[in-house]
Design a protein around this ligand. Sequence first.
Ligand SMILES: [Zn+2]
Length: 102
Amino acid sequence: MRLVDVQPVGAELALKWDDGAEHFVALEALRRACPCASCAGETDVMGNVAKSPETAFTEASFQIKHLQPVGGYAVQIFWKDGHGTGLYAHEYLRAIGERNAQ
Ligand SMILES: [Zn+2]
């Protein structure tokens, strides 16, 4: 399963896969699902999730500045509020796309 094309379309991210599937994921949902350590939290050896205080999202938090493919397995998304540490693995994007499928 490979990601063939990915691009922001309006308030959504359009994902196109090599098996023909296409998904549209709301940018807001995508940002809220940011997998980086400061958003998703890091689990320590005791199983506790260390998470920074709730991020104060603004309108710019749900707008993409640019996308950067990473090593053919992930996409790094830079948001207009300056956040850009989230690496969205293709499998993760696929899971989000399928969960949001109508
Ligand atoms: Zn993040």
